[in-house]
Design a protein around this ligand. Sequence first.
Ligand code: FES
Length: 81
Amino acid sequence: MLALRDEAGFEIAGECGGFCICGTCHVYIARSEQAAFSPPSEEESELAAFLQHYGPDSRLACQIPLASVPEGLTIHIAPEE
Ligand code: FES
């Protein structure tokens, strides 16, 4: 989330600062590409499921360690909640 917002300049609110309580870092990453990093925790899954634009490719960007993101990964920013 911080890399997308602070380094790449994407408009991601990240209101909770990465503590997995706001859902304002909602992104979409194809399931096939998610295999490269850890699956969502129960906490992340529960929060994401309540998001208005939730889908099968939903992830919370703040819960994905930057070091685990493969080069060339395609990330789509979800509509604002
Ligand atoms: S920044 Fe709040 S859930 Fe990711």
